[in-house]
Design a protein around this ligand. Structure first.
Ligand code: BDP
Length: 327
């Protein structure tokens, strides 16, 4: 046989073998991003969703978790997910406001009476409607489910025992003008930046404090960057959300999409159980580390932020009424 032909034949056989093995093992890897570290409730719940999807699809899908913000800030992660470079993003609803303005109703200060009220809303018809609205928006994201994030309260280097103590304090807020407006209305100076920048901004004195839930304050180590007080303003009760790139979603069969939806709902409930435990655990750890809990009447903060609710809530009066009516 002519050696050139032999070589060509060998190449062809190799290519066919590679193609056969590719199709036999065809597997879609779903890259998932979270700013929180391994072991955080949200990270665990998404990893478990991935395991279920992998098993139920006979290995056609495999989820690969990138925790700890290694794929970028939440703003960057949203952008990457929109173009299909990341498949699943677990983010705070806060950062989705600038992309899908309709979600800002849920991002307003004191829009929910309590964490329990927020849960009733996200678990029910209004929660489903908002997920659908995100998916139907031009954002190229498919909203899969909600998660809990408790209540956000202030943490600072100098004590905040009443609203006037916030005067002159630079407080980090999530990247959404609504939150900067909220902090300014509460009497501080709102500074917006990504979560992973907060630690060094506290250390270098760029900011005097921030606001978040106890698990985030602890697991991000921000409590070791000069923070001494945790003032229970509970001014924001913002759910988390996990979304899929529409690029990926559109390639899935309706049956696979239904599987993913089912496991997403399960992830929402699993995260909640893990969440409640983690709030208790990390609050205790923060107190043990010497962070002083300050109880405060948050009525003045509620009153001061009325203009923020008026501004951002104006186009959504019906929806806000329906939220209020949920028991
Ligand atoms: C945490 C959220 C996370 C946000 C972070 C923040 O879980 O998604 O990135 O707050 O403040 O509570 O940026």
């Amino acid at each position: 046989m002519n050696p050139q032909f032999q070589q060509r034949r060998a190449l062809m056989v190799g290519a066919i073998a590679a193609a056969v093995s590719f199709f036999a093992h065809a597997q879609t890897v779903l890259k998932a991003a979270d700013v929180h570290p391994p072991g955080y409730p949200n990270v665990v719940a998404i990893e478990n969703l991935g395991k279920k999807l992998e098993a139920a699809s006979g290995g056609r899908y495999k989820l690969q978790m990138f925790p700890g913000g290694v794929l970028g800030s939440e703003k960057e992660v949203v952008e990457q997910t929109q173009v299909g470079a990341i498949q699943i993003a677990r983010i705070s609803l806060g950062v989705l406001g600038p992309v899908v303005p309709d979600v800002n109703v849920f991002n307003m200060p004191f829009v929910f009476r309590s964490e329990e009220h927020m849960r009733q809303v996200i678990d029910g018809a209004i929660g489903d409607e908002l997920l659908e609205r995100i998916s139907a928006s031009p954002a190229r994201l498919v909203a899969l489910g909600w998660m809990d994030s408790g209540s956000r309260s202030l943490y600072t280097k100098k004590a905040v025992r009443q609203m006037s103590d916030l005067k002159g304090q630079k407080i980090r807020m999530m990247g959404n003008p609504l939150f900067v407006d909220t902090m300014n209305a509460m009497g501080g100076n709102g500074v917006s930046m990504g979560h992973t920048e907060v630690y060094s901004a506290l250390q270098t004195g760029v900011i005097d404090g921030a606001e978040n839930n106890p698990p985030t304050l602890f697991t991000s180590n921000q409590y070791t960057a000069g923070i001494k007080y945790y003032t229970q303003t509970n001014h924001l009760i913002i759910p988390e959300i996990f979304v899929m790139s529409k690029v990926t979603w559109d390639k899935m069969t309706p049956a696979d999409q239904a599987l993913l939806k089912k496991f997403s709902r399960e992830a929402q409930l699993e995260q909640r159980a893990l969440w409640d435990k983690s709030v208790a655990e990390y609050s205790a750890k923060l107190k043990a580390a010497g962070i002083e809990w300050i109880a405060i009447d948050n009525k003045p903060f509620y009153d001061a932020t009325a203009p923020v609710r008026a501004k951002y809530g104006a186009p959504y009066t019906d929806l806000i009424k329906r939220i209020n009516d949920v028991n």
